[in-house]
Ligand binder design. Structure first.
Ligand code: DGJ
Length: 734
């Protein structure tokens, strides 16, 4: 898959779908030539690409050859005035560097960079990796650029390493995991932005001259911007056209930018945000960047999403749950918040069992003196006033019901009103002589310190190993402020944000290795850390604290561009909805939540007899069809961001079954018809379509090309506003 032409000095990474080509120029600098659909090149083609196209303006003599040349990893200060891939500061203050080619190595497979998350291989032949070593002689530093190409995915995974040998230290002040210089800028930039409770709203804008970016400096990837984005051609649709999808495999500060020159070239950078980042390297030390991924499609956005879903499920997620049935859970948070006792919890768990749920999750409020938000965080031992038999006793009792038991933690946090704070006030991220800001009365533990991470590990381990725990919800409910490590010298404070993330990942690594049977769900006030990085350790993520069916249609639709459906935690909650006060029908709530890792977030004792029976039916239905929802092939049909209607569907891995949801926001009388055209069916096969109690038979090509007609009157008879209908499509076996 990887070749090096010693005559033209050209690297060509290719599989059946893509080609990624770069070349050494006359100064042994690495020049980017091409990344898109698979092509063949001759020796002449290389020269054509290099001199006729990308370096079209000034290519000889002492002109500014460097300015517009497409780079693999552009440096600062030597004539390329676009956003650089990296900046290194020397002790004398100079930020100029000159890295040129020394050697390269190609190997089968892909090496782990744990605790940093990254794509992996199961068999060496699945992928090849190219490691190109560049060297800056003045500072005596190596820079290694890593490229992995997979045999079966149109994807390139990239990361870099700096290895320093020079006597004087250097300071890396900016390090992108990937730079990609595209030859033109005729793209739309699609990203997923929002806030708490309205995560992942789709934003799309045409690229223009200048810099367009999304970023986080909050210490987590954030609800405001997700570290994933798409560049697509203006005419690219779900089913046709070119697009690049970028995902940063990281959960902390990030920068994703498209820097468009006035010659219409587009430079893409993906990496750790440079604000408050500075990494000092002494002789013999090395810095390993997180990984960034770029996927190419020339067949539209849906195939790109399918590839991301497959790749993330099978080659990013490490858990044994990566492709096994996810349990139907019931979480007590919205039912009780922190006000409960063992009797109450057992009554909720008992009813969950009666409904058919498979796992009960005890959320916040079970530990220390955690009776409200002001106290207890950091004290990971049971509050025996509320729970006299402790977590081990409670977990036994839940196990006796015949269902699993899950527990909530917020490992990175502490309240000042806690035993942890009283005994270790120095464990916080805090700046000497400065006020420390709390949020929700909580402070952030300094996870950049091994001793702090180890302390929390011991506490968690003590609980986990003495109770029957099948699931852990790892929450994280605030952004980072006063980021300063009291144990590090002044010139290493720029390491703290990244070391914090390494601490989080290393705790995940230890816990998941030691307790491989536990299913982890990550959470950060809902979806503020729903990213590729955490999928490595936690196969599912709580998508949002907003469980309103109307808003979840949009959030789940947007999540589907990158993240597999089985990774979206999606629950039916009580009405009126806690966040929006909106009331939707219980079947509508389930019809949306089915498209995810399904569960409930309410006290089923409070439902009417009729509603409880509906819940029992829903759970039985989901058990029967779980594989279709969690591991089916997912299609976006109608965008809820652009319409009064939202629709998506999933087709079983064996093609025998499909479900589509048709959601209407507001009822309007006597509206026009909408033909819902299904996708992913077999054209010449007959299917039975069940909708609103009526069964009809159609060919697959009819359903995909003519579609099913809806208008408001269908919905009016079934609830009017905020109503989701489920269409069941069953292959008729001959
Ligand atoms: C925020 C989470 O998103 C909720 O689901 C819940 O776990 C609360 N935190 C508990 O404090």
């Amino acid at each position: 898959m990887i070749t090096f032409n010693t005559t033209t000095k050209t690297f060509h990474l290719s599989n059946k779908q893509i080609s990624y080509i770069m070349q050494l120029d006359e100064n042994k600098h690495l020049v980017h030539l091409y990344f898109a659909k698979k092509i063949h090149i001759t020796d002449d083609d290389n020269n054509q690409l290099l001199f006729g196209h990308l370096d079209y303006q000034y290519f000889k003599g002492d002109r500014l050859v460097n300015s517009y040349k497409a780079k693999e990893y552009g440096s600062y200060g030597t004539g390329d005035f676009r956003e650089p891939a990296f900046v290194i500061r020397q002790e004398n203050g100079s930020k100029i560097s000159d890295f040129s080619y020394v050697s390269h190595e190609v190997y089968q497979g892909k090496k782990s960079i744990e605790p940093l998350p990254a794509l992996y291989v199961e068999e060496e032949q699945e992928a090849e990796t190219l490691a190109i070593t560049l060297h800056d002689s003045l500072t005596d530093t190596d820079l290694i650029l890593y490229y992995t190409i997979y045999r079966d995915y149109p994807v390139i995974a990239r990361r870099v390493e700096f290895i320093h040998q020079g006597k004087e230290p250097i300071h890396i002040e900016r390090v992108m995991s990937m730079q990609l210089d595209l030859a033109d800028s005729d793209y739309e930039f699609i990203h997923f932005s929002g806030a708490w409770g309205r995560e992942k709203q789709i934003v799309s804008s045409k690229l223009r001259w200048g810099n367009q970016s999304i970023a986080s400096t909050k210490g987590v990837s954030s609800a405001e911007h997700n570290p994933s984005f798409i560049l697509k051609r203006p005419d690219t649709t779900e089913d046709a056209g070119e697009a690049y999808g970028f995902a940063f495999v990281y959960s902390g500060n990030f920068l994703c930018e498209a820097d468009v020159s006035t010659f219409n070239q587009c430079r893409v950078n993906v990496g750790i945000h440079p604000v408050n980042f500075s990494w000092k390297l002494c002789a013999g030390e090395q810095f390993v960047s997180p990984e960034a991924i770029v996927m190419y499609s020339d067949t539209g956005l849906t195939p790109m999403s399918h590839n991301f879903h497959r790749l993330f499920t099978h080659r990013l997620c490490r858990s044994q749950y990566r492709n096994t049935d996810r349990p139907i859970l019931l979480n007590n948070w919205e039912a009780t918040e922190m006000t409960f006792d063992e009797e109450k919890i057992m009554s909720i768990a008992q009813k969950a069992k009666e409904a058919g749920a498979e796992l009960f999750v005890l959320d916040d409020g079970w530990f220390g003196t955690r009776n409200d938000e002001t106290q207890g965080l950091g004290d990971w031992f049971a509050n025996t006033t509320k729970l006299p038999s402790g977590i081990s006793g409670l977990s036994e009792k839940v196990a006796e019901l015949g269902i699993g038991f899950g527990l909530w933690f917020e490992p990175e946090m502490v309240n000042k009103n806690s035993q942890l704070y009283k005994s270790h006030p120095d464990y916080l991220l805090q700046t000497e002589n400065r006020h420390g800001h709390s949020f929700r009365y909580q402070y952030v533990l300094d996870f950049s310190r091994d001793d702090v991470v180890n302390y929390i590990y011991q506490q968690m381990k003590a609980i986990i190993s003495t109770a029957k725990i099948n699931y852990i919800k790892w929450d994280m409910n605030r952004y980072l402020t006063e980021v300063y490590n009291v144990t590090l010298p002044p010139d290493e404070q720029g390491k703290v944000f990244h070391k914090y993330m390494l601490g989080v990942y290393s705790l995940y690594q230890r816990l998941t290795q030691e307790f491989p049977d536990i299913l982890f769900e990550s959470c950060s006030s809902g979806g503020a850390r729903f990213d590729a990085g955490l999928l490595y350790y936690a196969p599912q993520t709580w998508a949002s604290d907003n469980t309103d069916a109307n808003d979840r249609v949009a959030i789940q639709y947007a999540n589907s561009f990158f993240y597999p459906i089985c990774s979206h935690g999606a629950h039916v909650s009580a009405v009126p909805n806690q966040q929006t006060t909106r009331t939707t029908d219980i079947q509508t709530r389930a019809n949306i939540a089915y498209f995810g890792a399904f569960g409930y977030e309410l006290d089923l004792n409070e439902l009417s007899k009729e509603e409880f029976e509906v819940v029992q039916q829903q759970i039985a239905f989901y058990k029967e069809n779980r594989t279709v929802f969690q591991y089916g092939t997912y299609y976006r049909l109608v965008s809820p961001f652009e319409n009064n209607v939202g629709s998506f569907m999933t087709v079983a891995p064996d093609g025998s079954k499909a479900f589509a949801v048709y959601y209407q926001r507001l009822y309007k009388p006597n509206t026009e018809f909408i033909n819902l055209k299904l996708k992913g069916l077999e054209a010449e096969t007959k299917y039975q379509v069940s909708l609103l109690g009526v069964d009809k038979t159609y060919y697959g090509d009819y359903l995909m090309n003519a579609g099913i007609s809806f208008n408001s009157s269908h919905i009016a008879r079934n609830g009017g506003d905020f109503t989701a209908l489920l269409v069941e499509v069953t292959r008729i076996e001959l």
